[in-house]
Design a protein around this ligand. Structure first.
Ligand SMILES: Cc1cc2nc3c(=O)[nH]c(=O)nc-3n(C[C@H](O)[C@H](O)[C@H](O)COP(=O)(O)OP(=O)(O)OC[C@H]3O[C@@H](n4cnc5c(N)ncnc54)[C@H](O)[C@@H]3O)c2cc1C
Length: 407
């Protein structure tokens, strides 16, 4: 069997590893190399880690672990107010096996061991299904045939353009994210030592905060650049109308725009944003699939899809990478177990919503809160509520930390 995978992102690369002993796999990506990408910390859930453990060679799993933050760095999730005072502390179940690593490092490792099965600088323009197979056409006109084409090329997939052009929609939110090395004397709330936080102000501006790459003692030399120094990762989320058009903005302008939106927040926040590394400051728009819509709105054929191509979700739940990897594992399992390709694809497609729909719904939670705060009345009510909750939450949090320390 010959499988053409469009997109060498997290899902596409895991699928290629999983099928390497069962099919000829050709992975196509528009990037020039695996390291030619951006991104911040990707959190893999225990279910996604299980897929990685099952399908990725042990040597590569060890390399992923060598660049992953330990489970202690995700033992809780905090919702905070704009003074960065905790409002809600949600502990994570203890003992969970997670991988928390830089997207670029993870992608570089996943691209290893696939030989010339990966073809970089290959941009897919379209795909077409035939009676017993499918083909893709690249932007340079090259046509590549296979028994199955898998769209793993992210939201607004070119591979699905004719089958299903609208598998996701713009949420109306824009993100500006950066990574600020901790070596510059940057200050941050101590609760980040134990897990990430989402801070929200009464106008509906959100800020994701997490610490990354601290205490990694054995980073392989060839991955040091991709991992980067110990850093505070910050991600501003705002309604598009609250920002100037940042599509053409450079890193400095993006940092200035983000810092202007949080000028009334705790002063630490502005300092951190302005210290962001230029090569790790970028803007994103957030898309999401409709959780209640069918995931595969086309007649069954030899084109299927994994990851953001069919179940896009904003990074607000930290679930997109993990969900793409689960889908890659499930498609591989179905193709390995079932000799009839059409039946295998049907089996996989019928199961995807078991894990994709809850992940989309969870990721849309913060988006709904931020969107609701566009109304002046909601802002009026949210201001005092967030302030009081923040003050009470901080006191309750301090009590819990004291109690934990005394146990
Ligand atoms: C640059 C970048 C930075 C990101 N940063 C973060 C982050 O910090 N935190 C987070 O939670 N999520 C981040 N994400 C999203 C997260 O990686 C994805 O949601 C998740 O990996 C889903 O996996 P996927 O395999 O569906 O898509 P992805 O991992 O996004 O991979 C899609 C791949 O398809 C390729 N591609 C796209 N179009 C074509 C085409 N026409 N022809 C050939 N190849 C194509 C892309 O180059 C990419 O390599 C980022 C995504 C990207 C692309």
């Amino acid at each position: 069997m010959r499988v053409i995978v469009s997109g060498a992102g997290l899902g596409g690369l895991v699928l290629a590893h999983a099928l390497r002993d069962h099919a000829e796999v050709v992975v196509l990506d528009r990037d020039a190399s695996a390291g030619d990408t951006g991104g911040y910390r990707i959190a893999l859930t225990p279910e996604a880690v299980a897929v990685v453990e099952q399908h990725i060679p042990a040597r590569l799993v060890d390399r992923i672990r060598s660049v992953s933050d330990g489970p202690r760095t995700f033992s809780q999730f905090i919702i905070a107010d704009s003074r960065l005072r905790p409002i809600v502390v949600a502990p994570e179940p203890p003992g969970q096996d997670r991988m928390l690593c830089q997207r670029r490092a993870l992608r570089q490792i996943l691209a290893e061991g696939l030989g010339d099965g990966i073809r970089f600088s290959s941009t897919v323009a379209s795909a077409e299904a035939h009676a017993s197979g499918a083909s893709v056409t690249l932007t340079d006109g090259t046509r590549i045939d296979g028994d199955l084409v898998v769209a793993a090329d992210g939201a607004r997939s070119a591979t699905l353009r004719t089958l299903a052009p609208d598998t996701s929609a713009d949420t109306g939110l824009v993100g500006i994210a950066g990574s600020t090395p901790l070596t510059r004397g940057v200050r941050f709330p101590r609760y980040l030592d134990r897990g990430p936080a989402l801070a929200v102000d009464r106008l509906g501006t959100g800020m994701f905060l997490s610490l990354t790459s601290r205490g990694l003692s054995s980073i392989p030399a060839d991955l040091a650049d991709a991992v980067g120094p110990p850093s505070l990762v910050w991600g501003l989320i705002a309604r598009r109308q609250a920002l100037p058009d940042v599509r053409e903005a450079g890193p400095e302008e993006l940092a200035l725009t983000a810092s202007a939106l949080v000028r009334r927040w705790h002063p630490w926040m502005q300092d951190a944003i302005l210290g962001s590394a230029a090569d790790r400051t970028a803007a994103f728009s957030f898309r999401a699939a409709d959780p209640s819509a069918p995931r595969f709105p086309w007649a069954p054929c030899r084109i299927t899809a994994i990851g953001d191509a069919v179940h896009a979700m904003p990074p607000t739940g930290g679930r997109a990478g993990a969900t793409a990897i689960r889908s890659a594992g499930a498609l591989a399992d179905a193709l390995i177990a079932e000799p009839d390709t059409d039946a295998a694809v049907a089996r996989y497609q019928s199961r995807v919503d078991e894990w994709a729909r809850p992940a989309i719904v969870e990721s849309l939670g913060p988006v709904r809160v931020i969107a609701a705060l566009r109304h002046p009345l909601a802002q009026l009510l949210a201001g005092p509520a967030l302030g009081v909750a923040g003050a009470l939450g901080a006191a309750a949090y301090r009590r819990r930390v004291r109690a934990a320390a005394e146990r």
